[in-house]
Design a binder for this molecule. Structure first.
Ligand code: 5RP
Length: 224
């Protein structure tokens, strides 16, 4: 029986075949992506470099000798490789468990193809069991929390070392439980309009086109 860590290693390695030689690849954030970055180091001579979605991924890429480009330096990327906290049967995802959702959505939007890498525990029928991360401007946090309460959700400010977690963008994260996200496209559009919301962790407009799912039987490729 493979461990969850081994499943992540498998999908991280499997994602290499989506990397286009001679190009810059979009790189996500998280423990699964860390496996991908480690695998990417083995072909670093074949790519120009990466656009990264977080300080943590940038540090890992640079430590392995992979050049990192500013997102503003590229017009488009062929592919973005990232993990997810949940993925449904349409390639819609919840992301942001690692607090990198805003930069992840920016790099995903720059990319022609989103390849999600995940172990099979991330696959769901309906999004919403995983607490939904929402990056907010701190002064809006309580108002946004009340707006979620009106939808039946309970929003909790994410804390690290006894203090509100501060994202790479200097903002805060609300984690929202109790939501059943039946229409991810409409939900994402609605929450995006609330004042003070920077990014909602529903990735429906930036959904995955491919998911490499780690299972005990091997990597399963799902396309949407
Ligand atoms: C970070 C993310 C990650 O992709 C998501 O949390 C999955 O992480 P992991 O691969 O560690 O399970 O959205 O903001």
């Amino acid at each position: 029986m493979l461990t969850q860590d081994e499943l992540k290693t498998q999908v991280g390695q499997a994602a290499l075949k989506y990397v286009v030689p001679g190009e810059i690849v979009g790189v996500g954030t998280g423990s699964t992506v860390n496996k991908f970055i480690d695998a990417l180091a083995s072909i670093k001579g074949q790519i120009k470099g990466a656009v990264s979605s977080s300080v943590a991924s940038t540090e890992r890429l640079l430590a392995l000798g992979i050049p990192v480009f500013d997102a503003n330096a590229v017009d488009a990327l062929a592919v973005y490789i990232d993990g997810a906290d949940e993925i449904d049967g349409h390639g819609y995802m919840i992301k942001g468990g690692g607090a990198a959702l805003t930069r992840e959505k920016i790099v995903a939007a720059l990319s022609r193809q989103f390849v999600c890498i995940a172990d099979e525990s991330k696959r769901v029928q309906t999004l919403g069991k995983f607490p939904l991360p929402v990056e907010v401007i701190p002064m809006a946090a309580q108002r946004v929390a009340r707006q979620f309460a009106a939808l039946g959700g309970v929003a909790t400010l994410r804390v690290k070392n006894g203090q509100p977690l501060v994202t790479d963008n200097g903002q805060h994260i609300l984690d929202v439980t109790g939501l059943q996200i039946a229409d991810p496209l409409a939900f994402e559009s609605k929450v995006n309009q609330w004042p003070g919301v920077i990014t909602v962790g529903v990735f429906a407009h930036q959904r995955a086109q491919v998911c490499l799912l780690g299972t005990p039987q091997g990597v399963v490729t799902l396309t949407y």
